[in-house]
Design a protein around this ligand. Structure first.
Ligand code: GDP
Ligand code: MG
Length: 305
């Protein structure tokens, strides 16, 4: 995963190592090195504001730093990179979705999770993957077919339900999505389910009706998690849409999908930095097991490994 971004960083480390002539790096040395990095970052889908922030942090950490002549050079540079990336992401909480949900379940049952995002980004597939994993952990899960706009959306969810073994509530075509979500919540309460997973519609996001619909679901269900699902490959386009959504609806965190087909890796950094929200999981393939937990610490470590 993230091959391109990894290469960007390893190339940077190498270039710094070979640039050090004295024991320290001068401002001039650092300037040339970080400006190359900047370009590589932007080419890996890191948004310019984020690349700026990373480079600023690095400059601060590298100018004048003592670099040993032999041996530990690489480690010193890597440490500066690691600290810079984490510092850029310092406002982003790292949330373990499973652990936090378990804590929530002690007080609130069911925990409801609403999936948001445009068509084709992977909401329904991700919902089914999460249902699969929660059930494997022993939780009981019901899904709400609150995408009542797209013909066939309910059937698609029901097909996942059959394969994974979860129940789907409601959603005849054209019915009120908030009513569907509310019914699913009531059903879950009365039958003792742990989780309600709410699928939603994702037509043209600038559609004012859609935003009202989503707001209404959030009003009547008060989901513990409203998760924006984004296609990692669509970087900046997805980010603009997410920013638009966030003006109208609550977004607690994100899930990046199609990461298996996304060697650049930078949009994930960009999303966290811009929305200041955690990424709970990555979608890394087409099977139900292809949803992996995400943490910013692991991400940064992996990028520099
Ligand atoms: N390779 C890959 N494909 C995915 C992933 N997540 C979703 N997809 C595919 O993306 C397409 C759209 O997914 P869907 O769940 O219907 O999107 P929705 O319109 O947001 O509900 C489907 O063909 C999925 O199989 C992923 O993590 N990796
Ligand atoms: Mg869908």
């Amino acid at each position: 995963m993230f091959e391109k971004l990894k290469k960007t960083f390893s190339k940077f480390v190498e270039s710094v190592v070979s640039a050090v002539k004295e024991d320290t790096l001068s401002e001039k040395d650092v300037e040339g090195l970080v400006s190359d990095l900047y370009i590589d970052l932007v080419e890996s889908d890191v948004a310019v504001e984020v690349a700026d922030a990373v480079v600023d942090e690095l400059r601060r950490r590298l100018v004048g730093v003592k670099v040993p002549r032999f041996g530990e050079r690489e480690a010193v540079i890597k440490k500066a990179l690691y600290d810079s990336l984490l510092s850029v992401l310092s406002d982003v909480p790292d949330v373990d979705f499973y652990e936090e949900s378990k804590r929530l379940l002690e007080k609130t049952k069911p925990v409801s999770v609403m999936f948001l995002g445009p068509n084709g980004y992977g909401k329904t597939t991700t919902l089914a993957k999460l249902a699969f994993q929660l059930q494997e952990m022993g939780f009981r899960v019901v899904a709400a077919a609150a995408d009542t706009f797209r013909a066939g959306a309910r059937e698609q969810l029901e097909e996942h339900g059959r394969r994974v073994g979860f129940k789907v509530v409601g959603g005849s075509y054209g019915s009120d999505p908030a009513a569907v979500a509310y019914d699913a919540l009531q059903h879950a309460k009365s039958k003792g389910y742990h989780f309600v997973l709410i699928d939603t519609a994702g037509r043209m996001h600038t559609d004012a009706n859609l935003m009202q619909e989503l707001q209404k679901i959030q009003r009547v269900v008060e989901p513990q998690y409203s998760i924006f699902v984004f296609d990692a490959q669509l970087g900046n386009e997805a980010l603009e849409i997410a920013k638009y959504y966030s003006k109208y609806v609550k977004i607690d965190g994100m899930i990046a999908t199609k990461v298996d087909a996304y060697p650049k890796g930078g949009s994930i950094l960009t999303f966290m930095y811009t929305l200041r929200r955690p990424v709970y999981f990555l979608g890394v393939g087409q099977t139900y097991r292809d949803l992996v937990k995400f943490s910013k610490h692991d991400y940064v470590k992996q990028l520099l490994a």
